[in-house]
Design a protein around this ligand. Structure first.
Ligand code: JNB
Length: 820
């Protein structure tokens, strides 16, 4: 593939030479007639050559030193675009720009043409991507394992204000970033049954027989960290048919039949499930999970056996596995199966190896997101694994549980790996906690709620297993790449040190009252708003003023995130502007970005409602510039990179106790957006860091929510008590916005007839008052800018470099390995 490169130097000339070589020899094109896509591909390949050189050095050093590694198991990676990130992290950005300029090409333009690698749904997937960046940046030996989905998260369009989904063929033309590794292909078995067999000594043994085989082809993507020589890889498995398996059918002359089998096998890695925080219970999803886990564990064990001459009981000394939520939790049963059935280790020793190898991160408290597999389905797909889980469960309930709570069947039912309240289900979260040495939550409040509520019984049994590791985001992408102007201003003002030690951003505090600095900070914000205004006009056809307050809510669409609370408040503002045209209200642009799971009816109804409100407000001459509402379609990583630097206000308004952490909140605050938010997830810690005077907190606390619900929450009381709320909700559910009063009945009914499960009405008044405080603060630009600067200055704690070092020290016991 790679042409003979005469020079892998880092100068503009060397890079230009490499790019031209790739244009001619890899792509077979002529520089004169090469397309934008050719130039982009050739540039990626020139960068990749340099990255691969370093990757080879990392890999052989890691091998020679026999280092300990972390294996990050995740079904989702929301990588976004890679070229700009890799260029900036390697320090090749300026050289690449010059090289392309010499060829009459614009780097900036090529960067915009890169398709997003969108192999994830939301926060959990993007966190995995930030962690990969930080693992390489912090010189931690790591491998990310995942699935090579042919189709990532769907592309979203609006038709008459309603969401329509389209397939996302990110890899249709191949990707210059991924490299096939056919020599590491794996074979995986599914279905079949379990038999007793006797060995020579007459001892019986459980054996998994028959079943179907799948092949897993690994694709590697090199992960470049910031200013580090450690290049880790993300290894993604693609499902293929096992040719041997088809051979017989083929020989019988059923050529087409054989190909049908092939097509079925390949559906396993075909598409990412688009559910964020709802369990689907589908067979294909379980097959995906097991396929990925079995390939990854086999790959890890192959490396262990070849790389270290150690017995398997030493596995935990060299390998840590982090489970990104319960999606890969079947790995615990699979490792037990390998150790006991294939390696003939005694059960107890195998179990101890598992517990010392795995750790588990929980990402949600929502009951509907807790994965459970019906025992029938599980046993059909993975018969031997089901037996193993039953055995683990029996040992657990008869051992530690019986010892601690003798004869307490209630405790046993609540701790069991099998849920028996109406059908039998395997509880993947319980398996994860039990099979791991640590379980962590992703923000302080979330971890406390895990201990007090979701895993309370487990916490009583094993208090030392539960720890908090507050999420973070990579500042390399979420400041350097998306806001190079602000990054440059910061560096000019306080030096380069913040890039390696984000807490140094605190040095900016001294500049919060410096008029010249504040002016430049404000100018940068405004320039991003100009760019975003252009994007808004192009995609939504709405003109917006960069002098308005840009108020953004960007995240998956979910009732618990309460986009509909935001919506209700906008309706209220709209009424106020109409009824009180002379009120001193600073013009505002409400910006939404959100995808709804395709089967989530109410979420889609909320999208339709926001779009319908937007259509009316934006063209109402009585409103003029005071209020604009835009819903940007197809929100994802690369659109986030445009919205975040342009945001003035960050909406983090989930019902307290529902958002595990949030990470968009951190990216927005880092870029100088002030937060309006509830005391939920990491908002609590953001408030602590920035100070109560630099954030707009409102709404019920977790304790108040619990209280209100236990007293019996009745949304009608709030409806009748608050005229603004009542009139706004009634207006929204009239025929005023679409001509059809039935359109938003589902939304209205969820709030009134079905009990408003996320307490929008209870928090409405407090939210509206907080929004009034926002309006007042924004009218004083000096004050607002000072607050924004202090937000940037005080976000250092939320770097994923800090987060990942905390995992490395407190959970993985993973030393850094400096690659020279
Ligand atoms: C998720 C997520 C959770 C469960 C499923 C899918 N959680 C996705 C998010 C939280 C955020 C937090 C991030 C990173 O920690 O994305 O994780 O900041 O608050 O909502 C899921 C999918 C299918 C079945 C079961 C669960």
């Amino acid at each position: 593939m790679t042409p003979p490169s005469s020079d892998l130097g880092t100068s503009a000339e060397a890079l230009e030479h490499s790019i031209l070589n790739h244009i001619r020899f890899t792509l077979g094109a002529y520089p004169k007639s090469a397309s934008d896509n050719d130039w982009w591909t050739a540039t990626c390949l020139a960068v990749r050559d340099r990255v691969m050189e370093a990757a080879t050095r990392s890999r052989s050093l890691h091998r020679d030193q026999g280092v300990r590694r972390v294996h990050y198991f995740s079904l989702e990676y929301l990588m976004g675009r890679l070229l700009e990130n890799n260029l900036r992290n390697c320090g090749l950005y300026d050289a690449a720009r010059t090289a392309l300029q010499n060829q009459g090409r614009s780097l900036e333009q090529l960067l915009e043409a890169e398709p997003d690698m969108g192999l994830g749904n939301g926060g959990l997937g993007r966190l995995a991507a930030c962690f990969l960046d930080s693992l390489s940046s912090q010189n931690l030996p790591a491998i990310g394992y995942g699935i090579h989905y042919e189709f990532g998260l769907f592309r979203q369009e609006f038709v008459n204000g309603r969401q329509v989904e389209h397939p996302d063929a990110w890899v249709r033309d191949g990707s210059p970033w991924k490299i096939a590794r056919p020599s590491y292909r794996q074979r995986v078995k599914l279905y079949g049954r379990v038999e007793n067999r006797f060995d020579d000594a007459g001892n019986s043994k459980r054996v998994w027989v028959d079943g179907k085989c799948l092949l897993g082809l690994p694709w590697d993507i090199p992960i470049v960290g910031y200013d580090s020589h450690t290049i880790n890889v993300l290894r993604l498995w693609q499902a293929q048919a096992d040719e041997d398996f088809n051979f017989q059918v083929f020989n019988e002359g059923s050529y087409i039949e054989a190909l049908r089998e092939k097509a079925i096998a390949e559906t396993v890695s075909k598409v990412l499930y688009p559910n964020d925080a709802t369990e689907s219970g589908k067979e294909l999803r379980l097959v995906q999970q097991y396929f990925f886990v079995a390939c990854s564990l086999a790959d890890m064990l192959r490396r262990f056996k070849n790389g270290y001459s150690l017995p398997l009981r030493e596995l935990p000394a060299k390998a840590a596995i982090q489970l990104n939520d319960t999606h890969p939790a079947v790995a615990i049963a699979e490792l037990m199966r390998i150790l006991v059935d294939e390696e003939d280790l005694p059960w107890d020793e195998a179990w101890s190896i598992c517990q010392r190898t795995f750790s588990y991160t929980n990402h949600t408290l929502l009951p509907e997101a807790l994965e459970m597999w019906s025992v029938g389905l599980f046993g059909r797909v993975l018969p031997r694994h089901l037996e193993i889980i039953y055995q683990i469960n029996a040992d657990f309930l008869n051992g530690p549980v019986e010892a601690r709570w003798p004869g307490d069947d209630h405790k046993k039912r609540s701790l069991s790996l099998i849920d028996e309240r109406g059908g039998k289900f395997v509880r993947m979260a319980h398996l994860s906690v039990l099979g791991s040495h640590h379980t962590n939550g992703v923000a302080a409040l979330h971890t406390r709620l895990l201990q007090e509520r979701l895993f309370n019984d487990f916490h009583q049994l094993f208090p030392e297993r539960f720890v908090n590791v507050t999420n973070g985001v990579t500042f390399h992408r979420w400041l350097d790449v998306c806001n190079p102007q602000l990054a440059a201003l910061i560096t000019e003002s306080i030096g380069e040190g913040w890039r390696k030690d984000s807490t140094q951003l605190r040095k900016l505090e001294a500049l919060a009252d410096n008029a010249a600095f504040a002016q430049r900070y404000r100018d940068i914000k405004r320039s991003h708003k100009v760019v975003l205004s252009r994007i808004i006009e192009q995609t939504c056809g709405v003109k917006t003023s960069p002098d308005a307050l840009f108020d953004v809510q960007i995240k998956r669409l979910h009732e618990y995130k309460r986009q509909h609370l935001n919506l209700l408040h906008i309706v209220a503002l709209y009424r106020e502007i109409l009824n009180n045209p002379n009120a001193d209200f600073h013009p505002r642009v409400f910006v939404f970005g959100a995808k709804a799971a395709p089967g989530y009816y109410l979420a889609k109804n909320i999208i339709h409602a926001i779009n319908s409100l937007a259509a009316k407000v934006n063209h109402d001459p009585r409103v003029g510039d005071k209020l604009k509402v835009v819903f940007l379609p197809n929100y994802g990583v690369s659109l986030a990179e445009k919205i975040i630097p342009a945001a003035d206000l960050s909406e983090q308004i989930s019902t307290a106790g529902k958002e595990a952490s949030g990470t968009g909140n951190m990216k927005l605050a880092l870029n100088g957006a002030l937060t309006i938010g509830t005391l939920d997830g990491a908002n609590v810690e953001i408030a602590q860091e920035v100070g109560d005077e630099n954030i707009f907190i409102f709404g019920l606390t977790v304790e108040q929510v619990t209280d209100l619900k236990s007293r019996g929450y009745n949304p009608w009381e709030y409806y009748w008590a608050n005229e603004t709320l009542r009139e706004s909700l009634d207006w929204l559910s009239s025929d005023a916005f679409t001509g059809n009063a039935a359109d938003f009945k589902p939304l209205r009914d969820s709030l009134l007839e079905h009990g408003d499960p996320y307490l929008c009405l209870a928090d409405f008044d407090s939210y509206a008052k907080a929004q009034a405080r926002v309006d007042a603060a924004y009218k004083d630009p000096q004050r607002w800018t000072r607050m924004a600067i202090l937000n940037t200055a005080r976000m250092g704690f939320f770097s994923s470099d800090r987060t990942i070092l905390q995992y490395a020290r407190e959970i993985w016991d993973l030393p850094q390995v400096i690659v020279p």
